[in-house]
Design a protein around this ligand. Structure first.
Ligand code: GAL
Length: 835
């Protein structure tokens, strides 16, 4: 009996090994691209960071990415999430890396695993665990033994885990490449010879792990062979790999930019992003990764900084909440399709470049009996009519047309044929019930300090980042004669935020800025004769994630701390005895967790109506709103703090108003972060994502800690939904969707421009606000009829669309019962309401 089962087992393992062998893929590269089983590939990739969404969202995000034309999902690996204390690993929930990669595999996509382990990524401490800083003798990211030992240990841990699950392509898995380090090139210069030695070590350490797939180093001109050096940036067409046998790869095509509290929201027009990608491909690039394709949310205290917002939306093609952002998503999807139609030609030859005018060029790829051309207009403002192969082509300013057969334009980067969607936050009709509050009172703080010391201590050295909050407490004796002046307190802090209390009363706050974290508090104080208590609450808002030796940058009150305006002169408190308390009382009592929150120290919030005092905890219950729309909490009435739902932190909030330079933004011209700002003079972030997966049907607990003071009764839940969609396209709009590649690999054209409309999940088109086939004017939200208009427009569109979740309307005379105006180029413009 036993022998049978053993032999069965042996057979099974031989069978599994065989399966793996037939599924395993040989990944290599040459000068033109990554090769899979010897075949060159044009690969379109997008970054989705697994801890920035919840596992229940992953499958949908990945499906949307696939549907958007992606071949690869790129993610960093977040060391501080996986090893919160030395040797204690965490790979559950949002940190279930294996599940994330398997989800990608199931969808049929590949993975670029950017292990780092330094990741930058606007992530707390750049992904390093804070304990790493306290390893004796350590110096980060240089030729330092303790650091290299730790980095190798974690890298091996991840590689072994992937191997054990057969996740490398060489084992039949989806991982086709990996990254070691991240943008070390500029740092290396500062480290001199030690920097160079570290790069060489990192490359050979990675190679030694024998993953069977190529390793990349981004922004690393001297990446040692066989590692591939790659480009990150808003444009990368100028980039050349460091050896002629390496492919030209773009690992971070920034699809937008991140947001910082106090700053505006950055957008990047899709016409420019598409132009940048087409430029990269026409100059021989064959791998592009959108950073980010879905940005997501910095839950808990994972945001880096300081001052990185909880939202990491990034203006990405899939928004923070997992909804498709249109037209960004759809226009890039069309681009990807146009690129894939040209793939064979692109990968089999170098481009022949011909000038078509001062600002105009043709890039032609010919090979294997195919021909693909990219016609480019680099002028910022003027469109052009160029002649190519004896035909005329119109090119809008700052745009590229793609001709997969060197004849027909299937896509132009500046002509957006897909719909624009408008989303809005609508009341979720979920009442937050029975508000209670708890006062984070200061009276007992000094009774059991974490420690006392002469002078002022650096904050992270004391907290080890176990909390954002560190109390600094001291006392000062003032004689009656001292009080004749006007006493004031001056506190200098390395930042980033500070609240000051004197004798238990709030005396004011001070904040660093995004440019300079340091801050100075100066303010009058109410002193009494005798002993006075000075209590400072220093607040971290995300640890730095980038910059030379950012790990040694300081946080917290470093002094001087001086009392001015006493009759006897000034009193320097810097070097006297200070006591310290790590974290808030409410945190230590675990008020944030459902069990702790039921403590009877909470009082009815109505008792304290309108008491918008600082340092207050609030809690309320709510039932999960119905429907499928993503949810958020509107914090406009509040100040600054953190929010927990059923014991899990959804992140820091801060209703600080955006200072910026918001002006109309044109897609044309070289994009820089700062070009297309929005949201000036509004809260940088008003809404905070509440993952549906964290809710129960009833009796959910929301806990809020408010530092400054706010009106908790006005906190509300909202749903994110698509309110209206607009589409507008010309009758002869190049429609890449209408192209097919037949079994011989030849393209076939099917000309028929259409307008496609689609509402959000769970919605349908409830009415058509505007429809005109003719020469309509205006933009989405304010369309007008032009001189030419088909009377049937509204009827036809209503018939095809109302009541549907999605619809397509052909832009042809016959569809509208005849030509409303002969010899005029017509468009179809539609605005639909979703509900
Ligand atoms: C890059 C870095 C990324 C991210 C990005 C900005 O330089 O590699 O991790 O920080 O900048 O969002």
């Amino acid at each position: 009996m036993e022998t049978i089962s053993v032999s069965k087992l042996i057979l099974l393992s031989i069978f599994l090994g065989f399966l793996q062998l037939i599924n395993s893929a040989r990944i290599g590269y040459d000068n033109k691209g990554i090769t899979i089983n010897g075949q060159r590939k044009l690969l379109i990739s997008g970054s989705i960071h697994y801890p920035r969404s919840t596992p229940d969202m992953w499958e949908d995000l990945i499906k949307k990415a696939k549907h958007g034309g992606l071949d690869v999902i790129d993610t960093y690996v977040f060391w501080n999430g996986h090893e919160p204390s030395p040797g204690k690993y965490h790979f559950e929930g949002r940190y279930d890396l294996v599940r994330f990669i398997k989800t990608i595999h199931r969808a049929g996509l590949y993975v670029n695993l950017r292990i780092g382990p330094y990741v930058c990524a606007e992530w707390n401490f750049g992904g390093f665990p804070v304990w790493l800083k306290y390893v004796p003798g350590i110096s980060f990211r240089t030729d330092n033994e303790p650091f290299k030992r730790a980095m190798q240990g974690f890298t091996e841990k991840i590689v072994d885990m992937m191997k054990k699950e057969n996740l490398f392509a060489s084992q039949g898995g989806p991982i086709i490449m990996s990254q070691i380090e991240n943008e070390y090139g500029s740092e290396e210069k500062e480290f001199g010879a030690a920097g160079k030695a570290y790069v060489d070590w990192a490359a050979s350490m990675a190679n030694g792990l024998k993953t069977g797939v190529p390793w990349l180093m981004c922004k690393q001109d001297d990446a040692p062979d066989p590692l591939i050096n790659t480009c990150n940036g808003f444009y990368c067409d100028y980039f050349k790999p460091n050896k002629p046998n390496k492919p030209k790869m773009w690992t971070e095509a920034w699809s937008g930019w991140f947001t910082e509290f106090g700053g505006p929201v950055h957008e990047r027009p899709v016409e420019d992003l598409a132009f940048a990608v087409a430029r990269f491909i026409q100059t021989g690039g064959s791998y592009i990764n959108y950073y980010m394709y879905h940005g997501g949310t910095n839950f808990g205290r994972t945001a880096g900084g300081p001052f990185i917002t909880t939202s990491y939306d990034y203006d990405a093609p899939i928004d923070e909440y997992g909804l498709i952002r249109q037209p960004k998503y759809g226009h890039l999807k069309d681009l990807h399709r146009a690129l894939k139609l040209s793939e064979r030609a692109l990968l089999s030859s170098e481009p022949e470049i011909t000038s078509l005018g001062t600002y105009h060029q043709a890039f032609v790829f010919k090979g294997q009996g195919t021909c693909a051309a990219f016609l480019s207009n680099f002028h910022f403002t003027s469109s052009a009519r160029v002649k190519f192969n004896n035909e005329h082509y119109d090119l809008p300013a700052w745009s590229i047309s793609i001709l997969p057969d060197c004849k027909h334009v299937v896509f132009n980067t500046a002509k957006v044929g897909v719909q624009t969607s408008h989303t809005q936050m609508i009341p979720a009709n979920a009442r937050l019930l029975s508000w209670k509050m708890y006062d984070e009172d200061l009276s007992s703080l000094e009774e059991s300090p974490t420690m006392t010391a002469p002078g002022l201590l650096e904050q992270i050295n004391v907290t080890r980042d176990s909390s954002d909050y560190l109390w600094y407490m001291t006392s000062v004796h003032v004689s009656p004669s001292d009080l004749h002046g006007a006493p004031s307190l001056m506190v200098e802090s390395a930042g980033p935020a500070l609240h000051v209390f004197v004798n238990g009363k709030f005396a004011g706050s001070a904040f660093g800025t995004r440019e300079d974290r340091r801050l100075t508090f100066k303010g009058p104080v109410n002193l009494q004769s005798g002993m006075n208590r000075i209590t400072l609450l220093s607040v971290a808002v995300g640890l730095p994630n980038v910059g030379p030796h950012y790990e040694i940058w300081k946080t917290g009150v470093l002094g001087p701390v001086v009392l001015n305006g006493l009759s006897s002169g000034k009193r320097d408190l810097t070097w006297q005895k200070w006591s310290y308390q790590v974290g808030l009382k409410g945190e230590n009592m675990q008020l944030t967790s459902p069990n702790g929150a039921s403590s009877n120290e909470w009082i009815d919030a109505s008792l304290a109506a309108q008491k918008t005092q600082p340092l207050t905890w609030y809690k309320a219950n709510f039932d999960a709103p119905g429907g499928v729309e993503p949810l958020a909490v509107d914090m406009k009435s509040m100040g600054k703090g953190e929010i927990w739902i059923n014991g899990r932190s959804i992140g820091r909030y801060w209703i600080t108003y955006a200072k910026g330079d918001c002006k109309p933004c044109s897609y044309a011209g070289t994009y820089r972060q700062g070009n297309c700002q929005s949201g000036c003079n509004n809260p940088t972030q008003r809404w905070y994502h509440v993952p549906r997966a964290w809710l129960k049907p009833t009796q959910n607990l929301m806990v809020v800690f408010e530092e400054l003071g706010g009106d908790a009764s006005k906190i509300s839940l909202v749903k994110r939904s698509v309110s209206r969609v607009c589409a507008d396209a010309f009758e002869h709009h190049p429609m890449v969707q209408n192209w097919r590649v037949d079994s011989n690999g030849d393209q076939q054209i099917m000309h028929r421009a259409k307008v496609h409309l689609q509402c959000g999940p769970g919605q349908s088109i409830s009415s058509i606000q505007f429809a005109s086939f003719g020469t309509p004017l205006g933009t989405c939200g304010s369309f007008l009829m032009g001189t030419c208009h088909s009377e049937n427009s509204l009827d036809i569109v209503e018939k095809l669309c109302v009541g549907q979740r999605r619809c397509s309307v052909p832009i042809t005379n016959s569809n509208f019962g005849g030509d409303p105006c002969r010899n005029v180029l017509k468009r179809l413009t539609v605005e639909a309401i979703c509900s």
